[in-house]
Design a binder for this molecule. Structure first.
Ligand code: PBG
Length: 329
């Protein structure tokens, strides 16, 4: 592959001027590459800061236009909605997930009413924002039960689709849920609702600030290791992705992001399907805290985002998406 050698060969030649570096760059980022997560909160006129995620806020439904107008102006194609459910509405079964007047459902309706199809809406399918124990599924005799959980996830998916959600994103890691949800969507005439599977989702400590943001952190009993993946494994990620593709996923996600670039690359090379990376809350907060403390400068944001492109991701879920104009400049 390498022909010639030093001193004939000098790789620095191509790097010597800005125009030349621009010419030979292999990867680029644009606003089209981003999904913006938005945290929702009950109430009116609220834009609430989140102590564990400096620069990220929770919005009440009537304040959503502020952030969605901005996303539109920036050219972000899709937002992802995450509710902070009131504690009084949480229970063992997560039944609030199936309430058509829950926070997410009302937000979807409002956004669709105001913005039509100018911006995509993605919603998580999982029970953790709604359960009193903070787990993504139902608990029976101390186990997170798979098949019973799927029955609820199917109804959660149908409800979100009915409200107008464009992209259903199961993030629960139950076995077999993609196929079951696809089948149920098709049967109910939601043939064109897309499925983005959080297919390779690892049991990670990088989710800490998110759990704080949606109010499940203090609730969570134990860990999620019996359903989310072991971070020692990568062959297993290929199996998870292969199964979800066979079951009908239109797109797949790897999560967390930066510590899992090898997984993104592996999957992109093996499966020709849109792959998304989730730069999760812990990654965001580590970077942003270091910037705020002037330990690193803010160019690390762009560098971190570009790593996902280099690994082969088609797009990135990032809490920086609402500031992408300044980051790409
Ligand atoms: C819930 C869910 C989590 C995240 C997205 N959806 C947390 C978890 O699985 O415990 C994490 C996102 C982030 O950390 O930014 N199923």
């Amino acid at each position: 592959m390498i022909t010639g050698k030093f001193p004939n060969l000098r790789l620095r030649r191509n790097r010597k001027e800005t125009w030349s570096r621009r010419l030979i760059q292999e990867n680029t980022l644009s606003p089209n590459d981003f999904i913006l997560p938005i945290f929702l909160i009950e109430g009116s006129n609220k834009k609430e800061s989140i102590s564990s995620m400096p620069g990220v806020f929770r919005y009440s439904i009537n304040r959503l236009p502020q952030i969605i107008d901005k996303a539109l102006r920036l050219g972000i194609p899709m937002v992802a909605l995450f509710p902070k459910t009131k504690n009084s509405l949480k229970n063992e079964l997560g039944s609030e997930a199936l309430n058509e007047n829950n926070l997410v459902c009302r937000a979807i309706k409002e956004i669709k009413k105001k913005y039509k199809n100018k911006i995509g809406i993605m919603c998580d399918v999982a029970l953790d924002p709604y359960t009193s124990h903070g787990h993504d599924g139902l608990i029976k005799s101390n186990q997170i039960v798979n098949d019973e959980t799927i029955e609820i996830l199917i109804n959660q998916s149908l409800l979100q689709a009915d409200m107008g959600c464009d992209v259903i994103a199961p993030s629960d890691m139950m076995d077999g849920r993609i196929g079951k949800i696809r089948k149920a969507l098709d049967k109910s005439n939601f043939k064109n609702v897309q499925l983005l599977s959080y297919a390779a989702k690892y049991a990670s400590s990088f989710y800490g600030p998110f759990r704080d943001a949606v109010g499940s952190k203090s609730k969570l009993k134990g860990d999620k290791k019996t359903y989310q993946m072991d971070f020692r494994n990568s062959d297993e990620a290929i199996r998870e992705i292969a199964l979800d593709i066979r079951e009908g996923a239109d797109m797949v996600m790897v999560k967390p992001g930066m510590p899992y670039l090898d997984i993104i690359k592996l999957i992109k090379n093996k499966f020709k399907i849109p792959v998304f990376a989730y730069q999760v809350s812990g990654e965001y907060s580590l970077i942003q805290t270091a910037i705020n403390k002037k330990i690193v400068n803010q160019d690390v944001i762009y560098e971190s985002l570009m790593s996902f492109k280099r690994a082969g991701a088609n797009g990135i879920v990032s809490y920086y998406a609402d500031r992408i104009d300044k980051i790409l400049k």
